[in-house]
Ligand binder design. Sequence first.
Ligand code: ADP
Ligand code: ZN
Length: 237
Amino acid sequence: MARGARVVVLGKQGAGKGTQAVRLSRHYVVPHISTGDTFRAAVRQGSEFGRLAKPYLDAGDLVPDDIVIGVVRERLERRDAAQRGFILDGFPRTVGQAEALGEIVIPSELDVVVNLDIDTDTILIRLAGRRVCEDCGTNYSVIENPPRVRGICDVCGGEVVQRGDDTEDAIRRRLDHYERETAPLVSWYARQGLLATLPAIGTPDEVTDRIVGRIHQRWSTQEVTTAASVESQPVPD
Ligand code: ADP
Ligand code: ZN
């Protein structure tokens, strides 16, 4: 089987984190862990946890760290993620969450933190056209990538709708939270030498190729470094 990977995807709303995370999850055969999808599913199911999260999601505010961290920790400790890796989409989003992640997974074990880079004009256009399947969370775009049958999910037949938080007010609040709470993580991961900032423009395939290319480049540098340190070991005589 292909080598697994441990990847964090950062990027503003509309950068295409979800789309890329799904593709990377298939490519590396590791679970796609999206906190946004997890919360939306809990809200749909009406679980207690969903009722707790709903007001935050509706307003475009961040769910409190302790709740989010508990959910992610439990998911990362499951066997598939612990053994092969994961694509984290939408987590971490605050310094507190990044610290918590550092306690669950040793930072040096992350393969890369991808920062999908996008300008605000493109974001606003993308979010206005964004639609999502209510049942399975597949993303669509009315302009670039509509479902084959209008309003019906290609993957599961569920209803394709506009997200409740893709309103002007909630989008503004989410972008605000991004600037204040998530943007600092870009320099945080840069300092740890894990960051790869890549343009989020082009076709989804082009963006995936960029990310996969970067991960493989890292792996080959690591191999060279490991081989070099093995070679430089003193040879016993
Ligand atoms: P977007 O990136 O477009 O805002 P997400 O699907 O990642 O969408 O998240 C949707 C909502 O779920 C957020 O606005 C927030 O309320 C909640 N959420 C998701 N991930 C987190 C997180 N890591 N910390 C706090 N809240 C989160
Ligand atoms: Zn669906």
